[in-house]
Design a protein around this ligand. Structure first.
Ligand code: PGA
Ligand code: MG
Length: 233
C-alpha cells in the first residue's frame, strides 16, 4: 500500500451533500488528517475566493486547486497570490459564441458572479452539456458537467495537471496522494493521484476509475476512506 503523504478532496458532492451543505463528518475527518501531519488539498470547480474561504474555515494547509485547475493558491507561495493558468478572455469569447448560437429555449444563467471567476465560465445546468460541446466543437475548450454546474474551461488544463504543480510545491510525489471525488470533472484529477477513491454517490465513470468505491456517500464516504487508508481502522 502506497504511503499517503497528502489527501486531495473535491468539494461539491464529496465533502458536501447534493445541496452543497458541508458535511460535519468531513470537517472532523479533515482536521484529524491535518492533525496527523498530512496536508489536505481542496481540488474543485469552485472559484478561488469561495475555496479560499472554505480552506480558511475548515483549516486545510495543502493549498487549493480551483476552477477545475484554472487557478491555484498556496499559503506562503508567490506571496500568497492566486495563480491563473488559463486565458479568461478566450473562454469569454467561446461563451459569447455559445450564447449567440443557442436557440431561444436555452437560456444560460451564470453561477456566482462572472467577474469572480478568473479562468473559466460556469453556469447553471439548464441544458445538456452535449449541446454545448457540439456548438463549441471547434473551440479549444472543454465542457464539464460537475453535477452542480456546467463549466467551459481551457482544454489544456484540468484539476489533475494543476494538482501536479501544487504537489511539486509541496515536495510530495502525486503517487503518494489519496484523491477523493464524485463526478466527471474529477476523472482527470484521479488520473494524477496514487490512490483513487470515489464516494458512493459518484458517477459511474468515476467509480470505474477508482481503486476503491466508498460504501457511504459524500462526507461519510470521505471519513470511511480516510479511516480505511490513512488510519487503517
Ligand atoms: O464547481 C462545481 O461545479 C462543482 O464543484 P466540485 O468540483 O468541487 O465538485
Ligand atoms: Mg464534485
Amino acid at each position: 500500500m502506497k504511503k499517503i503523504k497528502a489527501l486531495a478532496l473535491d468539494i461539491d458532492g464529496t465533502i458536501t451533500d447534493s445541496q452543497r451543505l458541508l458535511s460535519i463528518n468531513a470537517i472532523k475527518t479533515i482536521r484529524k488528517v491535518e492533525n496527523s501531519g498530512i496536508p489536505v488539498i481542496l481540488v474543485t470547480g469552485n472559484t478561488a475566493v469561495y475555496t479560499y474561504a472554505l480552506t480558511t474555515s475548515i483549516g486545510t494547509t495543502g493549498g487549493v486547486v480551483g476552477e477545475n485547475g484554472g487557478v491555484m493558491f498556496k499559503e506562503g507561495y508567490k506571496n500568497n497570490e492566486t495563480i491563473v493558468f488559463a486565458d479568461k478572455k478566450y473562454i469569454d469569447k467561446a461563451y459569447n459564441y455559445l450564447k449567440e448560437n443557442l436557440t431561444k429555449e436555452h437560456q444560460l444563467k451564470i453561477v456566482d458572479d462572472q467577474y469572480c471567476r478568473l479562468s473559466e465560465v460556469a453556469f447553471y445546468r439548464t441544458m445538456n452539456a452535449d449541446i454545448i460541446r457540439e456548438i463549441l466543437k471547434d473551440w479549444n475548450v472543454k465542457v464539464y458537467d460537475s453535477g452542480f454546474a456546467l463549466h467551459i474551461t481551457d482544454q489544456n488544463i484540468n484539476k489533475g495537471i494543476t494538482l501536479e504543480k501544487l504537489a511539486k510545491i509541496l515536495k510530495i510525489n502525486p503517487d503518494n496522494i489519496m484523491g477523493i471525488g464524485d463526478s466527471e470533472n474529477d476523472l482527470d484529477f484521479l488520473d494524477h493521484v496514487g490512490i483513487k477513491i470515489a464516494v458512493a454517490n459518484a458517477s459511474s465513470n468515476l467509480k470505474e476509475k477508482a481503486d476503491y468505491v466508498c460504501k457511504k456517500p459524500n462526507g461519510d464516504g470521505v471519513m470511511e476512506a480516510v479511516e480505511k487508508f490513512i488510519f487503517n481502522d
